[in-house]
Write a protein of this length. Structure first.
Length: 363
């Protein structure tokens, strides 16, 4: 078994994650490559796409969501993800059982949302409310359900919408300014691919390892939210596409992408919170030193914007995309003497230029 160094693993991850030598311009192509991308913070998610584009700009992202090329809903680990319409048909049933169980564990004190007769009534009402291609805000949905006597407690709304996503009834609708909406999945994506469980597992493993490797079985299990035995089976199904390697002494799988080696030296990235480069792995030691973990994410799953230097997390940053990157702050974990000002400024300029193009296009 081949052994690769930590720095080699970092370079390979940067390449597979499209953070070095990116291959795509269209947001939907990036999401298809990644499989699914964490996106509970939509504002920063825009930069998670931009930083992976050949030319960082997001003029096409709003259009991709408007045309349902991309959808935003709860998928892997019952967290908010962005996924391509070409993948939603097999991802939803793959995640459904685990996500329903997770939702029930979160909402132990709200049993009404899981009473079958009640949810059947709500489903019927939602279909009638949304039919005809409507995209509606949370407030509009709440008002209608309340008027029908189907929302006796405001606390029911969030678990109801979440269950409606898990069941494949609702998905993201067309944004109303900066406000999220919901719509009928069957109208936004009229036809979806239906494949076997084994094929779905293989497809998920392919997407994960081609965009995240080198990564371990534990990493894939964490990212997918699926049982470990299913994840083992998925890896076995694509064994010919993977190389088993040791990253220092940790067993991992490397997808055979045949990417050409790229000089990572002096590269810098301003990484958004919840980026796949960190959140896509259970163990993050390859890119993040243990002593800095608390500054990158906490034990409750809150991830912060971080600075990468040659693929390693070296600090935090903060800025507003909608304010064209004004008041951008940089906070290094240690002395920045080894980090050239020119390289840092290049990463800052890339983000600021992206912000200007984004706000100019209203994305």
């Amino acid at each position: 078994m081949r052994t690769i160094s930590r720095q080699e693993a970092i370079t390979l991850r940067l390449l597979h994650q499209q953070l070095l030598s990116p291959q795509y311009e269209k947001p939907e192509d990036i999401v298809v490559w990644q499989g699914a991308m964490q996106a509970q913070d939509y504002n920063y998610f825009r930069w998670a796409i931009g930083i992976r584009q050949c030319t960082p700009q997001l003029a096409q992202l709003q259009e991709a969501f408007a045309k349902a090329e991309l959808l935003r809903l709860h998928l892997l680990r019952c967290t908010v993800q962005v996924v391509s319409k070409t993948d939603i048909g097999w991802l939803l049933p793959l995640c459904k059982e685990r996500n329903l169980s997770t939702l029930q564990s979160w909402q132990k004190n709200i049993n009404t949302a899981f009473a079958q007769n009640y949810f059947k009534e709500v489903t019927h009402a939602l279909r009638e409310l949304f039919v005809g291609g409507k995209s509606l805000s949370k407030k509009a949905i709440a008002n209608r359900l309340t008027a029908l006597g189907l929302l006796p407690d405001d606390k029911l709304l969030n678990p109801l919408l979440l269950r409606a996503e898990i069941e494949g009834l609702l998905c993201s609708g067309v944004m109303q300014g900066k406000e999220a909406t919901w719509a009928l999945l069957s109208e936004r994506v009229p036809t979806t691919a239906i494949i076997t469980l084994d094929e779905a597992l293989k497809r998920l493993a392919q997407k994960y390892f081609r965009s995240h490797s080198p990564a371990s079985l534990e990493d894939f299990t964490w990212w997918s939210g699926l049982p470990k035995m299913q994840c083992k089976k998925a890896i076995e199904g694509i064994a010919s596409e993977l190389e088993e390697v040791l990253v220092e002494s940790t067993p991992m799988y490397l997808y055979r992408n045949n990417f050409e080696a790229t000089d990572y030296a002096k590269t810098m990235h301003l990484l958004p919170p919840y980026d796949e480069y960190l959140i896509g792995y259970k163990s993050r030691w390859v890119a993040l030193d243990k002593k800095h973990e608390a500054k990158a994410h906490n034990k409750f799953g809150i991830f912060k914007p971080v600075i990468l230097h040659e693929g390693r997390v070296v600090g935090n940053w903060k800025a507003s995309i909608d304010k064209q990157g004004e008041n951008l702050t940089i906070d290094f974990f240690a002395e920045k003497s080894k980090i050239g000002k020119q390289n840092l400024q290049g990463a800052v300029n890339q983000f600021v230029q992206f912000c200007k193009v984004t706000t100019a296009n209203g994305s």
